[in-house]
Design a protein around this ligand. Structure first.
Ligand SMILES: NC(=O)c1ccc[n+]([C@@H]2O[C@H](COP(=O)([O-])OP(=O)(O)OC[C@H]3O[C@@H](n4cnc5c(N)ncnc54)[C@H](O)[C@@H]3O)[C@@H](O)[C@H]2O)c1
Length: 332
């Protein structure tokens, strides 16, 4: 590519930092403007990965010198920023979840879908090489008819309370990745039932949220999806996937940095600890997610999750949250 695409980044917290690294490392992109309401945070990232820092995110849209924007600010800001990106004609890759309020999403839906400005949703797990391989092989018929999908997502430890307080709860914040992964394999989900549990965190309970969940989804061809979430896991980040079909099974286990096992008198087959958290486990997926979105920016066919994918994941999360409170299965 002759000219690098100039990227504007909004939000320089945990995930903003990851995106800044991906943009910096990619030969086709350059970090051009970096915005965060905390100027020092924007300056820190700009100092490390390039670009001009500002505490005014809106200024990116009027700058006239941005080719795409990455929205990595808190969830409550996403819909307004996508709206501004569409008005400015700037392609936007927005972090998950799309928003916490389906009515706000629906108010922008028609405009977003009618617009030719590419809008991508940051469901990075679709681009994890291991999950993507299972998806590709399942699509190719290697395990026959897909009958069951089992997703295990457990964080090593809860996020800080101030994050959890505005996160939208375990279904919309955490399980949202699993809802998207379910739709990646089984696009049409017809019903949702869920239970929420308060097993270990008084803080999370006081926020009116659950620390653990069990979710069952039914696909339109009677496929079964089982999702297990916990906000903690004593042994680290637990990310497993199992696709079970009429002709066999494909499975992704947890990853370790070094695949060396120790055999001794007290233990056998012992391996180093799992990769610590999303920054390590999904590092490749963020890079590949950007790569895929760049295709959309260049007007090429792209598999980047869309505004509608963002909306549907939220619809499923809302249904699960409702089911967990009422005890009823929600039919979509
Ligand atoms: N895809 C993933 O794996 C993944 C992982 C973590 C977080 N996320 C999502 O990314 C978003 C950010 O999460 P995080 O963990 O990085 O949060 P964070 O709190 O670490 O960072 C958010 C940053 O945004 C800044 N900010 C706040 N309001 C802003 C505004 N109006 N405009 C610009 N910047 C603003 C904050 O100062 C902070 O630096 C959330 O929507 C979260 O759900 C996605």
């Amino acid at each position: 590519m002759s000219q690098q695409l100039r990227v504007g980044l909004i939000g320089t917290g945990r995930i903003g930092d990851v995106h800044a690294r991906s943009v910096h490392a990619h030969p086709d992109t350059v970090l051009h403007r970096v915005a965060d309401v905390f100027l020092e945070s924007a300056q820190r990232v700009a100092g490390q990965f390039g670009g001009e820092a500002t505490d005014n995110p809106e200024s990116l849209f009027s700058s006239g010198d941005i080719d795409l924007v990455i929205i990595a600010s808190p969830t409550s800001t996403h819909i307004d920023l996508i709206d501004q990106a569409i008005d400015a004609g700037i392609p936007a890759l927005c972090e998950k979840p799309i928003d916490l309020d389906i009515e706000r999403v629906d108010r922008l839906r028609e405009k977003a879908n009618a617009s030719s400005v590419p809008i991508g949703l940051g469901f990075n797990r679709r681009f994890d090489p291991h999950f993507a391989s299972v998806h590709e092989r399942t699509q190719a018929g290697e395990i026959g008819q897909l009958e069951q999908l089992l997703l295990t997502s457990r964080d090593p430890a809860p996020a800080p309370n101030d994050y959890l307080a505005v996160s939208g709860g375990i279904f919309r914040d955490m399980a949202i990745h699993d809802f998207d992964m379910a739709r990646f394999f089984i696009p049409e989900i017809v019903s949702v039932s869920a239970q929420g549990f308060n097993q270990f965190s008084q803080d999370i309970k006081e926020l009116g949220d659950f620390d653990s969940t069990a979710i069952t989804l039914r696909g339109s061809k009677d496929e079964l999806v089982l999702i297990s979430n916990s906000r903690h896991a004593a042994y680290g980040f637990d990310q497993r996937l199992e696709a079970f079909g009429s002709e066999g099974m494909l499975r992704v286990e947890n990853l370790t940095d070094l695949n060396v096992r120790h055999y001794g008198q007290r233990e056998v087959e012992a391996r180093p600890a799992y990769q610590n958290f999303f920054l390590e486990r999904y590092l490749d997926s963020y890079r590949l997610e950007l790569e895929e979105f760049l295709k959309a920016v260049r007007g090429e066919a792209s598999r980047t999750p869309t505004f509608e994918d963002g909306r549907m994941a939220l619809v499923l999360a809302n249904a699960a949250a409702e089911s967990a409170v009422t005890g009823q299965t929600v039919t979509l």
